[in-house]
Design a protein. Structure first.
Ligand SMILES: *Cc1c(COP(=O)(O)O)cnc(C)c1O
Length: 379
């Protein structure tokens, strides 16, 4: 393929942020923030020193509330359902910590579940039950429906797009299957939001700001429906800071008392940029970039692409040729060719990965020349 869809998005994304000093193909680790996001974060921090931090926060309240609405809309929930957190990991720890499910409670997961999510389940004494999937790790809906009908777990936790594999899980169908038997569906959308459709009918969704939304680091969110918070126990009980808690939205109980408010404001700006670009058009261009990446890289220097060519994501992973060290390859690509990609170790998804993979995750501004540079460097 020799053209990508929506080149205007690539040009606008490039023009809106600092010029990269590398061929940046590592969005799945961290996206590149725009000038507007960087400036807004700096301005908020400055305003804290000028007018007082809590006054600055109050002044930003309208903007933050808009951000909650946008964020909630992207996952099909309401502004009142949004808690800002510090990261995806912090979100899942808060969720499981406050759910207080009895030790031994079973939680349905797919074979490719993210290692930290599994660790967080085990840490709470919960028991992951691996649900059926095909050889790519994609949910086997008929098989899952059978398991859920015969012996339903207390909840199902699914990572919509894995960090070690650019495959999209059938989130909408999973939500339907779960709801048919009254089991809540929790989605880790860390690699999915701003990348693929996340408005799928899940009951909980969480992610960090920094990946495909290209927001600041150290900011994340947890979005939960009221019937889920009805099952959680907030640490602070019925009192929330100095406001008692009367009339406070239910998700606020799960936010930190203090936080990187400047970063939250920056996330709101990044969300605005995502909406302005048009989430549908963004998805189409990213899918086109993913396809172009796989076409160019598969078989190069003996590296083998894992994802189907047409998988609608911009994450491509490659299995190394026999005897090639993935970590050393990533370091060499950076040092010798100025190309930034990631080495993903097997620990990331021990059940699913048989060894490390090289992960390539370009954002909207990637060019076919960038992909060709990587393809040549791999040989
Ligand atoms: C990055 C990532 C996380 C963890 O996000 P943090 O914000 O670093 O805690 C969780 N799940 C997936 C799928 C990820 O890619």
């Amino acid at each position: 393929m020799n053209a990508l869809p929506h080149d205007d998005l690539g040009a606008a994304f490039r023009a809106a942020r600092p010029q990269p000093a590398v061929v940046h193909l590592n969005t799945a680790a961290c996206g590149r923030q725009s000038d507007q996001v960087l400036d807004t974060v700096a301005r908020h921090a400055r305003s804290e020193a000028e007018v007082g931090a809590y006054v600055a926060e109050q002044l930003a309240d309208g903007l933050l509330q808009q951000g909650r609405s946008v964020l909630a809309g992207l996952v099909g929930m309401a502004a009142a359902d949004v808690a800002f957190t510090e990261s995806a990991s912090a979100s899942v720890r808060t969720l499981l910590g406050r759910w207080r499910l009895p030790a031994g409670t079973r939680v349905g997961v797919l074979p490719g579940e993210y290692w930290h999510n599994l660790a967080a389940l085990l840490d709470r004494g919960l028991v992951p039950v691996v649900l059926p999937a095909d050889e790519l790790g994609r949910a086997d809906l008929a098989g899952i429906e059978r398991v859920l009908r015969e012996d339903p777990p207390a909840l199902v936790h699914v990572t919509l797009v894995a960090s070690h594999r650019g495959v999209v899980q059938p989130g909408r169908e999973l939500a339907e299957v779960c709801h048919a038997v009254g089991v809540p569906l929790v989605l880790d959308v860390a690699q999915a939001l701003g990348h693929v459709d996340c408005d799928l009918g899940a009951d909980v969704a969480y992610a960090p700001a920094r990946k495909w939304l290209a927001g600041p680091r150290g900011v994340g969110f947890l979005v939960l429906r009221p019937w889920i918070t009805a099952q959680l126990t907030p640490v602070t009980g019925p009192e929330l800071f100095d406001d008692g808690g009367e009339g406070v939205d239910h998700a606020r109980w799960y936010e930190s008392g203090d936080a990187h408010i400047a970063g939250r404001v920056g996330l709101v700006i990044a969300l605005g940029e995502h909406l302005a670009a048009g989430p549908d058009r963004v998805r189409r261009r990213l899918a086109g970039i993913g396809r172009a990446t796989r076409e160019r890289l598969d078989g190069r220097g003996g590296w083998a692409v894992v994802e189907p060519l047409d998988e609608p994501t911009a994450i491509t992973t490659l299995r190394p040729p026999e005897g090639t060290d993935v970590r050393q390859t990533a370091a060499r690509l950076h040092a010798e060719h100025g190309v930034l990609v990631a080495a993903v170790g097997r620990e990331r998804a021990r059940v699913e990965l048989t060894g490390p993979v090289l992960r390539v995750s370009p954002h909207l501004d990637a060019t076919l020349d960038d992909l060709d540079t990587l393809a040549k460097a791999l040989c």
